[in-house]
Design a protein around this ligand. Structure first.
Ligand code: ADP
Length: 260
């Protein structure tokens, strides 16, 4: 006579092992400054659970709080250079341990160096995440033109573009008549510095990830609306098994053009 309780016990252990082996997705949004990572991070929450973790936003938060971290990074960030790996790694590791990350995370602006990429892979193992890279491919010259043409009203915060969305009177806010300004980090010299840092320090990470078994999804970040790009990314994540197909069906993305 078979030992039913022992068989049930084995089944239970197997079930628990299977559950434990299911890692939450850690989607790494990758692309140069101005490639639309921030916009996609927000839209992707329609097919992915979990918070949008932006190291840039976290650092700006420290600056606005005027704490020690904020005071230390202010100058570096203004110049377009990168803050230290140790600080970026520490901020992310601490954040990944919050309860809201248990069903997944969307990383934006991290990792930015090979050191950060290596540390992140270790962290994903330790904290049980399955990493995947989503690379938003864009043309640099178009980015420089777009970011350096951006103007902002210092009073109400409205953004204009001198080429695609100009104010009615050049240099003046339509809403309150204030003189528009160029944000410090949208000046062409700073944008060029940010792109140079990307080229030197961040772009090589793609090669690093290609040598690992981290899934890599390449999406054209220009030429489609942000909504269409989001649908392409969600479709590709589902096709790689990173998220459930039902999460994408819910987006009714029948016309989405999915590329990998
Ligand atoms: P963008 O993608 O437009 O460059 P971010 O908001 O991601 O903007 O970053 C703004 C700045 O914050 C960077 O130029 C850099 O100084 C700093 N920063 C953000 N994330 C990192 C990181 N992972 N490592 C080092 N520096 C970072």
């Amino acid at each position: 006579m078979p030992d039913v309780s022992a068989a049930a016990g084995v089944q239970r252990v197997k079930y628990l092992e299977e559950q434990a082996s299911k890692f939450a997705p850690a989607v790494i949004l990758f692309g140069s400054p101005g490639s639309g990572k921030g916009t996609q991070a927000k839209l992707l929450r329609r097919c992915l659970q979990g918070p949008h973790i932006s190291t840039g936003d976290m650092l700006r938060q420290h600056i606005s709080e005027g704490d020690e971290i904020g005071r230390n990074v202010q100058g570096v960030m203004k110049s377009g250079r990168l803050v230290s790996d140790d600080l970026a790694n520490h901020l992310v590791e601490e954040r990944l341990q919050h309860d809201d990350c248990s069903s997944g995370v969307i990383l934006d602006g991290y990792p930015r160096t090979i050191n950060q990429a290596g540390v992140l892979l270790e962290m994903t193992k330790r904290h049980r995440f399955q990493p995947a890279v989503v690379h938003l491919v864009v043309d640099y010259e178009k980015i420089v033109a777009r970011l350096s043409g951006r103007r902002q009203c210092p009073v109400c915060g409205t953004l204009y573009s001198v080429t695609t969305n100009p104010p009615k009177i050049a240099g003046i806010c339509d809403l309150d008549g204030a003189a528009l300004v160029t944000r410090e980090d949208d000046r062409e010299s700073v944008i060029r510095e940010r792109l140079e840092q990307y080229e030197l320090q961040t772009r090589p990470i793609l090669e690093y990830f290609r040598q690992t078994d981290v899934p890599m999804i390449e999406i054209d970040g220009q030429g489609s609306t942000p909504e269409e790009i989001m649908q392409q990314v969600c479709g590709a994540l589902a096709a790689s098994g990173l998220i459930a197909a039902s999460a994408v069906d819910a987006l009714s993305c029948s016309e989405a053009n999915v590329r990998q």
